[in-house]
Design a protein around this ligand. Sequence first.
Ligand code: FE
Ligand code: FE
Length: 286
Amino acid sequence: MNTESNPLENIEDWEDDLLRRYPESKDKKNEKDFRDYENSDRAAGVRAFYKLNHQYQCYDFVSEKEAKFLQFKQRKMSLWDAVDFLNTLVDDSDPDIELDQLQHLLQTSEAIRADGHPDWFVLTGFLHDMGKVLCLFGEPQWAVVGDTFPVGCSFSKKIVHSEYFDLNPDSSNPDFNTKYGIYSENCGLDQVKMSWGHDEYLYQILKDYLPQEALYMIRYHSFYAQHKEHAYDHLMNATDHKMFEWVKKFNPYDLYSKAPVPPDSKALRPYYEDLVSKYLPDTLNF
Ligand code: FE
Ligand code: FE
């Protein structure tokens, strides 16, 4: 893999960085997640990753990716074929990463199930990162993962590594570099174009099949500048505020459900097969 365009050794390094930024509790620092992180190659990789992400995720770039991928002409697959496909993303060069993609999805969904949430919430946990198949369609890491943010208006200083937005052409475009840019006050996030990645892509694939709460969780789960930092209240409407309660409810399951014992994917499969077939058609267009 070309390290210049893909500076993360493993795309999970982005999620490990989230754990560092948003620890589960302030006193309970997780030794494994923080060990030598600041000065490590992985930290440098994450910085290089955000530099590329913030430099290239401009309004026109997002429009191009939407035009390409929202025709859903990459592959027709059952959800289960997509799971197998996604699982080929495992990178075994890093001994710290024991979990494959399926295990992250199952840990998230099983933690949601253990708390007695409705079945569509469990399903959302199981599906939420399926959009990462974009990596397997040849997309660079910075166009698949990472914090997402609105394009078409000024970039908040609360976005991680916001200093790199100086490199983004939209920062010097007067149409885009004001507080509201092309949007209006409290216009609603449905009117707002977000940086391109696995969240928006999966939302667009599933938007006809899941309840609104689930769709918000999928579409905005990487929008940390809002669900953790509240940097874009001025673009949100009343529905967004109500639905972001679900995005916030979802986040700990995504970040903090990594258990030392991996879930038994074979044993769990029948339950998830029933759940998937309850909500989704036999094949999906990716
Ligand atoms: Fe994700
Ligand atoms: Fe995730």
